[in-house]
Design a protein around this ligand. Structure first.
Ligand code: NAD
Length: 462
């Protein structure tokens, strides 16, 4: 559903959506949510979701009427648009706190920046949701927000913690948890509607103790969200031709939604050839040349999980990439190149992207001007504190084992003194990559169920 901008918005009659005709009759968990937004389509879309979920939803068309409603009905949670005529969302946030500090405010905005996210938090916002967002993202944030009602001590502690730190951590585990919660809900709905179930097939050739932990965590992730999981072990001696035949068979098997090839493969097998053989609609790792090609055009398709994870982590901070100086170190086909294309995929909102690699001269000069620095190389200690710009966001994709410990490519202790936001290793990109594999499995399932990926975006704003 696309939101239309509208004129004469302040004259609109405000709608009240209720799931129950009895106003004072609060079911357990039935809370009142006030949506303050000057866009009618946005108010209507939010109310549709809220009333479907059993909340009492009320709306206001601007900050002044929003504040009046806060005083009159004392909602449990308020969704606040930032850019509104008259009283801005920022001012409204503060005024809501004056009326009742227990009311939870969540910002919804089409103009997300880190600065406005920080400012909104200072003005008592509990959370920040950039537009466009999906119904499931809205549901998750509201659920979390309502869980916080009357728990303002927790919020205060969180703010104090953030102020104490040099750089704020970008918590990959929390982002992954949120993504999985959204997927779980979507999977339940799709299963019920289509009487079908998704199944991820992991193909492993030969025994490989290193991939045992991957298989275990893939299985756990699938179980968490409601995706079936099956491992197919093939003998180490399997020929390339036999493996290609096996993949062909699985492409035609309607019970299999997605196929993931466990690496490494024995030397007699060309991995790229096998990846090419996976049906593009089952290619949950986004490595098939057809999916890579779609990425160049910015068309919907299945995208490599780590590249998606980095974008999701950036988005989770409320930072817009629009026009930002982004330096990406690493240009592999699996991470750096697809990520470059994602950073450049929007016609108007792309980042100004510099890609560095093994042949780059003066790496530090390139990293030092990055407002967002992304490192995907596989060399511990490559990026030291002096290579990071003051206030930058640092996303460390690298995974290296040093003296039995997992570390990234960035010297974390040094970089966190310069950066404003930084991902840890472990606990940063890794868990979100795993969540993106599940997300791709659901995307693949939707393609197979006949969803038109071109219409996948449910809400577009501004
Ligand atoms: P790769 O070996 O395919 O590519 C490495 C890239 O680094 C290349 O572009 C190369 O040119 C560049 N490079 C090498 N040395 C360099 C140097 N001194 N200066 C600048 N650039 C240099 O690796 P990959 O598959 O892209 O993985 C990169 C890292 O990310 C690895 O540590 C890998 O384990 C990790 N990784 C993590 C996840 C995750 O989920 N967190 C997923 C995939 C990969």
């Amino acid at each position: 559903m696309a939101a239309q901008s509208n004129n004469g918005k302040n004259q609109e009659v405000e709608n009240v959506y209720t799931s129950s005709s009895e106003q004072g009759d609060r079911m357990p968990g039935q809370a009142t949510i006030l949506v303050v937004d000057d866009e009618k389509a946005m108010r209507d879309s939010c109310c549709q979701v809220l009333s479907k979920d059993g909340y009492r939803a009320e709306t206001a068309v601007d900050g002044y009427s929003g504040l009046q409603k806060v005083r009159d009905i004392r909602p449990d949670l308020v969704l606040v648009d930032l850019k509104m005529p008259g009283m801005s969302g920022m001012e409204l946030l503060e005024r809501i706190g004056d009326v009742d500090p227990n009311i939870v405010s969540v910002v919804i905005t089409g103009y997300a920046t880190r600065e406005s996210a920080v400012e909104a938090k200072r003005r008592n916002a509990y959370d920040y949701l950039p537009k466009p967002f999906t119904p499931n993202q809205l549901r998750t944030i509201i659920k979390r927000g309502l869980a916080e009602v009357n728990d303002d001590n927790k919020m205060a502690a969180q703010l104090i913690d953030e102020e104490k730190m040099g750089a704020q951590l970008i918590d990959g585990r929390a982002v992954a948890k949120r993504v999985k919660e959204e997927l779980k809900k979507e999977i339940v709905e799709l299963k019920e509607k289509h009487k079908s179930s998704p199944l991820l097939l992991a193909v492993q050739v030969g025994e490989n103790p290193a991939s045992a932990s991957y298989l275990k965590s893939q299985k756990k992730g699938c179980e968490e969200v409601g995706v079936g999981y099956h491992v197919q072990q093939l003998p180490r001696e399997v020929t390339e031709q036999e493996l290609l035949q096996f993949i062909k068979g699985k492409n035609q098997d309607d019970t299999i939604t997605g196929i993931i090839l466990q690496m490494p493969l024995p030397e007699q097998i060309n991995a790229e050839k096998v990846q090419e053989a996976i049906d593009p609609s089952k290619d949950v790792e986004g490595v098939n040349p057809q999916n890579m090609g779609l990425l160049i055009y910015g068309w919907p398709g299945l995208v490599p999980c780590t590249a998606l994870a980095v974008m999701e982590l950036i988005k989770s901070t409320g930072t817009s990439i629009k026009g930002k100086q982004v330096t990406l170190v690493g240009h592999s086909s699996l991470v750096g190149k697809p990520l470059t294309l994602l950073l450049l995929s929007s016609p108007f909102d792309s980042a100004t992207t510099t890609v560095c690699h093994i042949a780059t001269r003066d790496l530090a000069a390139n990293t030092r001007r990055a407002e967002i620095l992304i490192v995907a190389v596989g060399k511990p200690g490559l990026i030291t504190g002096d290579m990071v710009k003051e206030g930058a966001m640092v996303i460390d994709v690298g995974i290296n084992r040093v003296e039995g410990k997992l570390v990234g490519d960035v010297v974390f202790e040094e970089a966190k003194e310069k950066a404003s936001l930084i991902t840890p290793v472990p606990g940063g990109v890794g868990p979100v990559t795993a969540a993106m594999l599940l997300k791709n499995t659901v995307e693949a399932w939707k393609i197979q169920l006949g969803f038109d990926p071109m219409r996948n975006i449910e809400w577009t704003m501004d």
